[in-house]
Design a protein around this ligand. Structure first.
Ligand code: ATP
Ligand code: MG
Length: 440
């Protein structure tokens, strides 16, 4: 039987949507600790069992309020129901009954080698991707009240270590496992969100005979997909921390790698992009890509995010090079990937000689569904469940989504083109890792 939302559930969702989301920084996620105890994981579950419903509720409400009938498109309501159902699952998960003693210990800061230190979470700094004045909805770390008049203080912070001098009752561990399982199920449910939303936009374009989407929908999609990146980050991190006992790599904290090697990742992305290019155009050899990078350069990042951004920009360059110079060309111009190390940023420049983009089309490349591929391949929500990756090109999601990934941790993605010659893409990655998630 398919799931249906009730009026009561929708009322609860509307209530949660009044609360602001709490932004977390990469550094804070790492400070959480690389080997959390049962007690610490429980505290994290407590944070998430409030924070995730708040974030999900915002999305349900926004989907519900979409203008011009977009909210009624079958695929859009399908996505909305996924969000509402996940909201329900988290909020209805039964909490364990804890003794007074355990509750006190959970609230006490950790003891380290007999010395009691108050574990302070480093502050999250404003994310530079957000314009001033846009940051009003940031919540949590800056705001101590929620507009409902109720104070929301430190308990809503992500990071908490607890007094671990002693055993935790088994209920706690059982709850942690169940919570992680619930998150796992939710993560899988939402795998197809990007493709299904894209389908919803197509339905809308067809129904309304629209060629492009307007600014309201564009900025809705930016917020929506950015929020999705954040939710999946928190969920992925929590799942990985819960079962870290199984496979431990000292450079990993959850899904964050404290020593992400840029050269290795870039090399891998180059190989993957070239492989897809050869496959797509039936080339014996894809255009070459030269990589200039200090082999020892590493920094704290989520390798999956960096791979995604590099793969998407490289695919774009290879496509431009092949299509500008013709498939039966013997020798293509080489695309260059230059990696620069600054104190603040690591910047990766991808320079191709793929003919560039006319200046009038530059704003369009950042809009969803803008592509110069003639026929957008069929959107199959089951295709590549794990993440949205089109084979070569054709959905017009590559650049806008990559820019969201960059901005999520305080970086950015910029593009400069010389029409008639080629394109430079600048991928800025923030090394300081203290910037808060850009939540709006
Ligand atoms: N390096 C480049 N050189 C020339 N044109 C480019 C380059 N990168 C992007 N473009 C143009 O921008 C458009 C949008 O790029 P984007 O990656 O967002 O979507 P796509 O490649 O068409 O589809 P996909 O979602 O599969 O990536 C492309 O269709 C192409 O016309
Ligand atoms: Mg692309």
């Amino acid at each position: 039987m398919s799931w249906k939302s009730s009026d009561r559930l929708m009322a609860t969702i509307r209530h949660y949507a009044k609360f602001p989301a709490t932004g977390v920084s990469l550094r804070q996620m790492v400070q959480f600790g690389d080997k959390p105890s049962t007690g610490t994981l429980f505290r994290a579950s407590q944070f998430l069992s409030e924070e995730l419903p708040i974030r999900l509720a915002h999305r349900v409400q926004e989907l519900d309020d979409l203008p011009d009938g977009l909210n009624d498109m079958p695929s859009v309501t399908k996505v909305k129901d996924w969000y509402a159902q996940s909201f329900e699952e988290i909020t209805q998960l039964p909490r364990p009954d804890l003794s007074r003693d355990v509750r006190t210990r959970l609230m006490k800061p950790a003891k380290h080698s007999g010395r009691q230190i108050l574990q302070q979470l480093s502050e999250a700094t404003p994310n530079p991707s957000i314009d001033e004045g846009e940051s009003s909805g940031w919540g949590g770390l800056q705001n101590s009240s929620n507009g409902n008049g109720k104070a929301r203080s430190l308990s809503r912070r992500y990071f908490a270590t607890v007094d671990d001098t002693g055993d935790w009752p088994p209920e706690l561990q059982i709850y942690n496992q169940r919570f992680a399982q619930t998150l796992h199920k939710i993560k899988r449910r939402h795998d197809g969100v990007v493709t299904t939303m894209a389908q919803g936009i197509l339905e809308y374009k067809r129904r309304r005979q629209r060629m492009q989407i307007d600014g309201t929908i564009q900025s809705f999609l930016d917020r929506f997909y950015m929020s999705r990146i954040g939710i999946r980050m928190l969920i992925g991190q929590h799942i990985a921390l819960t079962d870290q006992s199984h496979h431990r790599d000292p450079t990993y904290v959850g899904i964050i790698c404290t020593k992400t090697n840029v050269k290795d990742l870039a090399q891998e992305a180059i190989e993957n992009a070239r492989f897809v290019c050869e496959d797509h155009y039936g080339l014996f050899e894809a255009p070459r890509i030269q990589l200039v990078c200090n082999p020892n350069l590493d920094f704290m990042y989520v390798p999956g995010h960096l791979s995604h951004m590099l793969f998407e920009t490289l695919k774009n360059s290879l496509r431009a090079v092949v299509e500008t110079h013709g498939m039966d060309k013997q020798e293509f111009p080489v695309t260059k990937v230059i990696v620069a190390e600054g104190k603040e940023d690591i910047t990766i420049k991808v320079s191709d000689e793929g003919g560039g983009i006319p200046r009038s089309a530059i704003p369009l490349v950042w809009t969803y569904m803008y592509t110069t591929v003639d026929r957008t391949p069929n959107l199959d929500p089951d295709f590549d469940k794990s993440d949205f990756k089109a084979p070569m090109a054709g959905f017009g999601y590559g650049l806008p989504i990559s820019r969201l990934y960059a901005r999520y941790f305080g970086g950015d993605l910029k593009l400069i083109s010389m029409e008639g010659y080629g394109t430079d893409v600048y991928l800025h990655l923030n090394r300081l890792s203290s910037s808060s998630e850009p939540l709006q």
